[in-house]
Design a protein around this ligand. Sequence first.
Ligand code: GDP
Length: 138
Amino acid sequence: MIQRTLAIIKPDAVERRLTGRIIERIEAAGFQIRAMRRVHLSKGEAEGFYEVHRSRPFFGSLTQFMSSGPAVVLVLEADQAITKWRALMGATDPAEAEAGTLRKEFAQSIERNATHGSDAPETAAYEIGYFFAGVDLA
Ligand code: GDP
């Protein structure tokens, strides 16, 4: 089933000029990039995006980090795009990520972990709308 998911190249990776290398890996893995833009989130926008994590102890630190500099947001399309992209990213904590995954290679810590990916179809729909509302992705 062809699906879409939201990917983010997080501020830690953009700052270290890893955007091109990550996009290369995305395309090599067979995703189509349906939309892409660079964003610098405000603290409030980062809080809105991570609303489900508001009660977590790292919420303040995470939203500070995500609003600390520009990020690149993308809509990726592929068969089973949601699980396929999460597999390419690897585990949240780079210490637990498998060899060959983006987080194993590029993440600096469990928080500064280079990429984001939606975790379910409903989340993907919400997250794509968060950044690409009104954009024709056809
Ligand atoms: P993901 O779906 O793999 O991105 O992981 P989660 O949805 O659980 O967490 C969202 C984001 O919060 C992660 O990608 C990390 O940037 C950050 N994060 C998750 N767990 C921790 C933690 O224990 N400490 C800190 N500081 N950040 C975390």
